[in-house]
Design a binder for this molecule. Structure first.
Ligand SMILES: O=C1C[C@@](O)(C(=O)O)C[C@@H](O)[C@@H]1O
Length: 253
């Protein structure tokens, strides 16, 4: 098993780390939310850029906000994510514009890690992964299905494909409708966890999926998303509840 370091945290060992999303819609909201999040002491903050319309429209504003955000969060590791509408995000962006934005996140070093969605032009994705590594930025590659849980072999294929494309950490989130769906996600997680060395991130969303958000250490998911005041996906627990739950389930060897 490999571990992946993001600034001062290590994924792939011990309890799953906890990321708190920042879903501010303006610079002021983003910086205010960041202060609250820092006080709550997560392991990582995820900046959800798709909520920040003015920053997407004006790259200089985006870069300026990123600099202020870094000053606000200090050494807290920062994951920068633009979630497209197709995958549950709040803003629409054409494919090329999305890939250009990811490139800007990397070359302007807006964070310590970047989320790159799997379902975009494969050649561009490979270039972006290699660019991110040149800039010493960790790549979390992602896929989301807000409608259903894909078949187990499809989940496994996607997670392995991300690793083949060079992702440091493959990630998949999906929506269960039955307990069996939850088991499918967990089974796929466990199979891929044993098959490839990368730390993984998986979760089933909604109330049915909550168990997957707290049991990552058992099944092989290295990070979970918890909320401080505002959630960014259905089923997210509060940071405090998530920490407690992870501690209850901790594996002691
Ligand atoms: O990919 C994910 C996971 C997530 O969708 C969740 O279900 O917790 C929340 C998003 O903010 C994040 O980018």
């Amino acid at each position: 098993m490999e571990t992946v370091k993001i600034r001062n945290i290590v994924l792939g060992t011990g309890l799953p780390k906890i990321a708190v999303p920042n879903v501010g819609r303006t610079e002021t909201e983003i910086l205010t939310a960041a202060e609250t999040i820092v006080t709550a002491q997560p392991d990582l903050m995820e900046w959800r850029l798709d909520y920040y319309a003015a920053g997407i429209a004006d790259k200089d504003a985006l870069i300026a906000t990123a600099q202020k955000l870094r000053q606000t969060v200090g050494d807290l590791p920062l994951l920068v994510t633009f979630r497209t509408q197709n995958e549950g995000g709040v803003a629409a962006l054409a494919d090329d514009a999305y890939l250009d934005l990811v490139e800007l996140i990397i070359t302007k070093r807006l964070g310590d890690a970047v989320d790159i969605e799997l379902f975009h032009d494969e050649e561009r994705i490979k270039q972006l992964v290699s660019l991110a590594h040149d800039y010493n930025i960790v790549v979390i590659m992602s896929n989301h299905d807000f409608d259903k849980v894909p078949a187990q072999d499809i989940i496994e294929f996607r997670l392995k494909k991300m690793a083949q494309l060079g992702a440091d950490i493959p990630k998949l989130a999906c929506m269960p409708h039955t307990p069996q769906d939850v088991l499918t996600l967990l089974e796929a997680t466990q199979v891929v966890h044993k098959a490839i060395p990368n730390p993984l991130i998986t979760m089933a969303m909604g109330d049915l999926g909550k168990v997957t958000r707290i049991a990552g250490q058992v099944f092989g998911s290295s990070l979970s998303f918890g909320a401080v005041s505002q959630t960014s996906a259905p089923g997210q627990l509060s940071l405090k509840d998530l920490r407690n739950a992870e501690n209850y389930l901790a594996l002691h060897d």
